[in-house]
Ligand binder design. Structure first.
Ligand code: NAP
Length: 554
């Protein structure tokens, strides 16, 4: 332990958030002998997996891949019940990790950070929480998640609804019962796609208010076959190594070998049918090499799904309304669902097209559209998140000269490698804008970032360096590069939360780095091994820092 533990609220590292990122960061801090504390708004670990406990919540990356790889003992001992893990199993897993590695004592729950200010003269971050508690840390690590700040739509009258009211991203622990109720769901993204089939089976009538139709491919979730699990675990480290060599850090999906435009229509249909039967979003988009860069090729994959919708959904008008027609498949998050389209064949389910008949207002007992009046006992908002930056902007983050991050990023995030932003020393972001983050296996992205940050801190300890920041030049070049790589794909053509389109007034910037986690990892490693090119360090010649690496003033 470093010598900074003299005062209760003084830490070497303050970590905001106890999801996958914060938990692993804390473990690394323990390994490095640093005094660290996680500040977490929720009453438990889990991050986005704590809050998103709506019925049907489930990961769309397979369980054996969507898990930590840092401990072989952990990955061998943990038993995942299903191919795609339910929220409750992921939550149980994160809790298990926190207990196994004795992390809970260093997590302060029910503590929402509202302010993080860098004091240049002390080279420390001063953190304030909602209840007035304050903390000081040499480093501040934002492990705040990309999908943590819920988006409440501004619909006239919504606050006056007198029935039960929920948001998928803030679901209560009480497991509400919808039996006998008329329920309205607003939104048809990934959360709604998972929730709708389950609520439809419980309630009297379900009205789905859809503004934009999304592509949904089957998950084919099932119990995890013990033989499959045993075979995977027998060779786990090698499988992880192979996954890390892929852009999405997910094994078992070899990169496509062929181009769609070289295949005949019949061959393409056979390929898409095979992928449809296998299940999985990455598998489907990995049918052909150019699906995410070539509009014509993409259209072959999109029109296959439209044909499926028309063949599954019996009412032709509902089927047409469910057919996406305003974006290329995969450019918005490709939804995974089981029984999604089939659910619209139920007598107690009505799709309401609010693109053609917009919501005028919410009344105390329902929703009024241009064409009709829907009486509801319960309303569920599946309206998503102020993604990527929302949870950062919820905190008043100020760097050198009291510059506000919200101001600096007003026209979009500016980062170097997604890890730091100029003018905010000793502040790291984990798996957010400017890095592969949501466009790869998030747990892999987190592990890579946490390990890089830990390596950097170790480098600073070894060399008695007190402060790190990135240069504006490196930041500008990297941000341009992220945009250039994104613009070479079809991703930015879609109106999506990846680009901030879902939040009124938010600057439109496609922020994830889509060059692949494999390529990105190498870039980060090269930067570190070349002496941290693009970063600038200040030594600990300061009197207060001479005694020990993170010695802090009192
Ligand atoms: P989302 O994809 O952003 O979907 C939000 C939905 O709400 C959209 O259909 C949107 O319509 C609609 N909406 C928003 N504001 C509205 C308004 N004012 N009026 C009417 N409709 C409105 O959010 P999400 O479904 O919560 O998913 C977010 C992300 O979380 C996913 O993309 C995924 O990355 C992650 N997620 C993953 C899983 C999984 O692993 N399986 C599950 C759930 C979520 P428009 O499209 O017209 O804006």
């Amino acid at each position: 332990m470093s010598r900074s533990s003299r005062k209760e609220n003084l830490f070497d590292v303050l970590i905001i958030g106890a999801g996958f990122a914060g938990i692993y960061m804390l473990k690394k801090c323990h390994e490095m002998g640093l005094r660290a504390r996680i500040l977490e708004a929720a009453p438990d670990v889990g991050g986005t997996w704590f809050w998103n406990r709506y019925p049907g919540a489930r990961c769309d990356v397979e369980s054996l891949e969507y898990s930590y790889s840092f401990s072989d003992e952990l990955q061998r001992e943990w038993v995942w019940p299903e191919r795609y893990s339910a929220q409750k199993d992921i939550q149980r897993y994160i809790r298990h990790v926190a207990e196994k590695f004795s992390l809970l004592d260093d997590i302060q729950f029910n503590t929402r950070v509202v302010e993080a200010h860098y004091k240049e003269d002390q080279r420390q971050w001063h953190i304030k929480c909602h209840d007035g508690a304050s903390f000081i840390g040499t480093f501040c690590i934002m492990a705040t998640g990309c999908l943590s700040s819920t988006h409440m739509p501004d619909i006239a009258g919504i606050e006056g609804f007198s029935g039960s009211f929920y948001h998928t991203g803030q679901w209560p622990e009480s497991e509400p019962d919808f039996s006998g109720m008329r329920v309205g769901v607003i939104g048809t993204g990934s959360s709604a796609v998972q929730l709708i089939p389950i609520i439809a089976r419980q309630c009297r009538h379900l009205y789905v208010f859809q503004r934009t139709a999304n592509f949904v491919v089957p998950a084919h979730n099932r119990q995890l076959d013990p033989d499959v699990e045993a075979a995977h675990k027998a060779n786990y480290p090698e499988r992880r190594r192979q996954s890390r060599q892929t852009p999405f850090c997910i094994g078992g999906h070899p990169a496509p070998a062929h181009y769609a435009h070289e295949a005949s229509a019949e061959e393409r249909n056979l390929m898409y049918e095979k992928k449809w039967q296998t299940g999985g979003a990455i598998s489907y988009l990995y049918s052909y090499k150019e699906l995410l860069v070539d509009p014509e090729a993409n259209e072959t994959a999109g029109s296959f799904v439209r044909q499926k919708i028309r063949s599954i959904v019996r009412d032709p008008r509902t089927a047409e309304d469910l057919c996406p027609n305003d974006h290329y498949i995969g450019t918005k998050r490709l939804c995974l669902g089981d029984d999604y389209y089939e659910t619209y064949n139920r007598d107690n389910v009505t799709l309401v097209n609010i693109r053609t008949s917009p919501i005028r207002q919410v009344t105390s007992n329902g929703i009024v559209t241009d064409d009709d009046d829907y009486q509801l006992d319960a309303m569920i908002l599946a309206t998503g998140f102020d993604a990527m930056t929302g949870s950062l902007f919820a905190i008043d983050i100020r760097g050198r000269g009291s510059a506000a991050l919200r101001e600096k990023w007003r026209y979009g995030p500016l980062t170097y490698l997604g890890l730091m932003t100029a003018g905010f020393p000793n502040l790291f972001f984990v798996a957010g804008s400017g890095s592969p983050s949501v466009k790869t296996n998030m747990v892999c992205a987190i592990e890579q970032h946490v390990e890089w940050i830990s390596g950097c801190i170790q480098h600073m300890m070894a060399n008695r360096l007190a402060e790190i920041s990135c240069s504006e030049d490196a930041e500008r070049k990297w941000t341009d590069h992220v945009a250039e790589v994104g613009n070479a794909t079809l991703y930015p053509t879609a109106k999506s939360w990846y680009s901030g389109d879902n939040i009124p007034g938010k600057s439109r910037v496609f922020t994830p780095y889509v060059g692949g986690l494999d390529v990105y990892r190498k870039k980060c490693d090269d930067v570190a091994s070349s002496g941290y090119t693009g970063f600038r360090f200040i030594g600990s010649e300061d009197r207060r820092l001479r005694e020990g690496f993170f010695e802090v003033s009192e």
